[in-house]
Design a protein. Structure first.
Lengths: 191, 457, 244
């Protein structure tokens, strides 16, 4: 027998009573009168910043990050990008990115999560950038994770993540610090 | 009749200021968790559902594991099975050797701690770099985690500051500000991410319906670990597999709320395929006792655990004794129970480290009856030959006295009951009760004597 | 309605005044209460220490003494919880008529007798000690861990006492650290938990700590005296029956 069969046989020999799957569609999950307002509130709670798109998106990013030199994006409308995660030779070449600009599919009101399926060759751009800008359609906010998981879709790449605010840690003496290993700031631009 | 835990706890409590800080810190996490729980009107319903999903899944693992592995393989992932820690370590090493890996970055995984993977690989010339900040700190310090979610909680910022100076991670001597230290660690780890040949992650969940593994972190280190190298190895215990996204939504909502009191982890990442055509993703499914534990009629439900750590945070004994007082590498209520499943003789000292207050099972997001199980383990110690002799002698004496009304009456008439009990406790003549307590003033008459007069009134 | 009064061993031997208050209170409310002779211990101390089999003969004895009552009422949440939750299992193969009828005096008064009129008079500020087994096994109050509507049966009853002011300490249902054998096996942790608890009660400005279990109070008063911390201790029934 293969290792798999060995382990499964051992399991079957030991498992006792088998329990049925519970009904889950009766969960009375929280909803919000204004999901967008709740989403904005939660984004701020988790350390993120939310701005409304106005005028040209490139001008807005320049205004938000006047010091930024290296801007990485594969989005066609980001004309100020100096790097493209689709065409860089390797993920390592994205190190030193000041601002990464990506697109989010939808946001979740209860916790500020944004679903980001990988749509670029190097997903590193989502994490390696010092500052991350996520463009999010403001009419695509769901109430909670139950609704969210009904909408999750992947693109060609087999990776996707929910991001809620900047990378953070409290591992040193329980003091909350933004910017552990990944993006030190997250700005959600509602479009 | 002091246990190893009680001796270590006593030493832990010697440092008054630190032990109070430890208690307050974890209580504040518990308080944040309470705020989150109260923020969702459906919280108790979610606990019911989470428990029921896990009961179902843990008792149908053969089906879900097969489905998970089949779907992962369809996605091009290479799936391995390991019966125990040794097989797991050999499998990891085999993959790394085949790819000529010299350095591997990894995100937090209690499973690799359980299998003691790092020393195994290091002995074979592979550098393993922990990338969760807390794990990295204790790795540099040569220590083990003292909490499953906050592994370096036992160290303060000065400890970390001095460590970073010694290791050349920070260069401003005496700057022990956590923000500065975190920034220095970021720079140091960034270099590791860029130069590693492989990335390893654990998994909070495996999704049978899609073959995804789901990893939840606040730091983004699992994503960083897998963004540059061409090789990703995921280590996952059998019990981590759940049916589908509908179930995942329940756990995603609870894991972080219960564990750290945040509405979500910063990153909830789904890994379904290798990250490029010339890259590989491996999943190693590890048994290491789990297929036996599922057959334990009193204790199989411990397999429901999602490792949120909330039972530790609420445990009044954990908060006042610290993770290192327990003999098993997972401390607190769930650790007491997991240790007993792993090796009851070695870890029986931990089962006394519980007042049976039952806060753990009242907190647990998947409703494991953790305190009730500690009670059951206590009953099993005698059969395991691990019962304390002094305690048994005392209970024999109590049973004899309480079993006979005559003896009981004589005892309470001649000398107060509590004087007899502690005396029987130890044969050294020391009264252990009196070490922490002023002895009570005993009444002239017990109630059963007074009652004769009461009745007449 | 015939009520059997169960006075657990340590209440009998160390806190007879709690037994007296319970008796007086139940009689004051006009209840048909009797106290079976030759009762001793429910077996909890041995069972919690890991010697459940030692509790079996005591469970049989208890069953003999109390099975014919409509209610078995005790001024101790942990003993009551032990009987209610374990006796059926301990007496397996034999009929168990006591488990379902065992009630702590607080829940008995609150749920069955439902007194509305004034009880005792106790013109003091009192800090409420919510014993773990009362909270999490008998449901005397909503556990702080759970998101359910808040309630507290002890508070409800104390509201019937004249002149009293009832407060709760910070961490209102954290364990005091007694835990039976735990208090001698894990002396250091137990004493620290006890001290922390006493200090939180004192911080409320209360003159007394009151609770539904004399074992917790015994532990706390022992710790308080040892450490020179001043606050009084009274079982809930002593306050409910004060001046009756």
């Amino acid at each position: 027998m293969s290792k798999k069969e060995d382990i499964l046989a051992r399991y079957r020999a030991h498992v006792r009573e088998r329990f049925d799957r519970p009904v889950l569609d009766d969960i009375q999950a929280i909803t919000y009168p204004d999901p967008l307002a709740q989403f904005v509130r939660m984004s701020q709670t988790v350390g993120g910043r939310v701005v409304e798109a106005e005028g040209n998106i490139n001008d807005l990013i320049r205004k938000l990050f006047p010091e930024a030199k290296e801007i990485a994006s594969n989005l066609p409308e980001i004309t100020i990008a100096t790097r493209n995660p689709d065409t860089v030779e390797s993920a390592r070449a994205l190190n030193g990115t000041d601002v990464g600009v990506i697109r989010g599919c939808f946001g979740v009101a209860e916790n500020g999560c944004i679903w980001i399926p990988q749509t670029m060759k190097e997903k590193a751009v989502c994490f390696i950038s010092e500052n991350l800008v996520i463009l999010l359609p403001k009419d695509r906010i769901v109430n909670n994770m139950h609704e969210a998981y009904r909408q999750v879709e992947f693109h060609d790449y087999g990776y996707g993540t929910f991001i809620s605010g900047p990378s953070k840690t409290a591992d040193i003496a329980q003091v909350l610090v933004m910017g552990a290993q990944a993006a030190r700031s997250v700005t959600v631009v509602l479009v | 009749m002091s246990t190893l835990h009680s001796e270590k706890a006593k030493a832990f409590l010697q440092d008054e200021a630190y032990s109070q800080w430890h208690d307050n810190t974890f209580w504040s996490v518990r308080t944040k968790r309470d705020t989150m729980a109260r923020g969702l009107p459906e919280w108790e319903q979610l606990r019911e559902k989470a428990s029921a999903i896990k009961r179902h899944t843990v008792t149908h693992l053969d089906e879900y594991l097969d489905q998970f592995a089949t779907n992962a393989e369809k996605n091009g992932v290479i799936v391995h099975w390991a019966a125990d820690a040794a097989e797991f370590n050999e499998t990891v090493y085999g993959i790394l050797k085949e790819h000529g890996v010299r350095k591997m970055v990894k995100s937090k995984s209690m499973l690799t701690e359980e299998c003691e993977m790092n020393p195994y690989l290091e002995a074979r010339g592979i550098e393993v770099v922990e990338t969760d900040l807390g794990e990295r700190i204790i790795q540099l310090k040569g220590q083990k985690p003292s909490h499953i979610v906050m592994p370096a909680i036992h160290l303060n910022h000065d400890d970390v500051g001095e460590l970073f100076e010694e290791k050349g991670i920070s260069d401003e001597k005496g700057n022990h500000d956590p923000t500065y230290l975190t920034y220095r660690a970021r720079l140091s780890l960034r270099n590791e991410f860029l130069t590693a040949d492989a990335g390893m992650t654990g998994a909070n969940f495996g999704i049978a319906a899609t073959g995804d593994i789901v990893v939840c972190t606040n730091e983004g280190n699992a994503d960083m670990s897998t963004s540059c190298p061409k090789l990703h190895i995921a280590a996952i215990g059998l019990e981590k597999v759940i049916p589908d996204y509908e179930c995942l939504a329940v756990f995603q909502r609870m894991l972080c709320r219960a564990g750290t009191g945040q509405p979500t982890t910063t990153y909830t990442s789904h890994f379904r395929k290798a990250r490029a055509k010339d890259a590989e993703m491996h999943i190693i499914l590890v048994d290491n006792g789990r297929s036996d534990w599922v057959g334990n009629p009193d204790h199989w439900e411990v397999l429901k655990c999602i490792r949120c750590g909330s039972c530790m945070n609420t445990c009044p004994v954990y908060r006042r004794s610290g993770g290192y007082s327990y003999s098993y590498f997972i401390p607190g209520p769930v650790g007491i129970n997991l240790g007993m499943l792993r090796n009851p003789r070695e870890h029986s000292g931990n089962v006394s480290a519980c007042t049976l207050c039952l806060s753990c099972q009242s907190v647990c997001p998947v409703k494991i009856d953790l305190g009730d199980q500690v009670y059951k383990w206590r009953q099993e110690l005698r059969a395991l030959g691990a019962a304390n002799k002094g305690k048994k002698a005392l209970c024999d004496a109590m049973s004899l006295m309480f079993g006979s009304s005559g003896l009981y009456r004589t005892a309470t008439a001649v000398s107060p009951l509590l004087n007899i009990l502690p005396h029987g406790l130890v044969h050294s003549g020391v009264n252990p009760w009196a070490e922490g307590h002023e002895m009570m003033e005993f009444p002239k008459k017990p109630f059963h004597s007074i009652f004769k007069d009461l009745e007449k009134e | 309605m015939r009520i059997g009064l169960f006075i657990p061993c340590y209440v009998d031997a160390v806190y007879p005044e709690v037994g007296t208050a319970t008796w007086k209170l139940l009689r004051h409310l006009g209840l048909d209460v009797s106290y079976p002779e030759n009762q001793t211990c429910c077996g909890q101390p041995m069972a919690n220490a890991g010697f459940e089999s030692q509790a079996v003969p005591l469970a049989r004895k208890f069953e003999d003494k109390f099975r014919d009552f409509d209610y078995i009422v005790a001024p101790s949440v942990s003993c009551t919880a032990f009987v209610r939750l374990n006796y059926e299992r301990l007496l397996k193969g034999h009929e168990c008529r006591t488990a379902a009828k065992a009630m702590d005096v607080v829940e008995f008064l609150h749920d069955v007798v439902k007194p509305t009129g004034p009880l005792g008079r106790f013109p003091h500020k009192v800090s409420l000690h919510n014993s773990c087994h009362g909270v999490r096994e008998l449901g005397l109050s909503s556990p702080s861990e759970q998101n359910i509507p808040a309630f507290n049966k002890i508070k409800d009853l104390l509201a019937l006492v004249e002149g009293i002011e009832v407060v709760e300490p910070e961490r209102p249902d954290e364990c005091c650290g007694f835990g039976g054998m735990f208090s001698v096996e894990e002396k250091a942790v137990s004493a620290r938990m006890g001290r922390d608890k006493v200090l939180r009660h004192i911080a409320t400005g209360a003159e007394y700590v009151t609770g539904p279990d004399s074992a917790c109070l015994m532990h706390l008063s022992g710790v308080a005296k040892k450490q020179g911390l001043e606050i009084g201790f009274k079982h809930v029934v002593e306050i409910l029956a004060a001046g009756l």
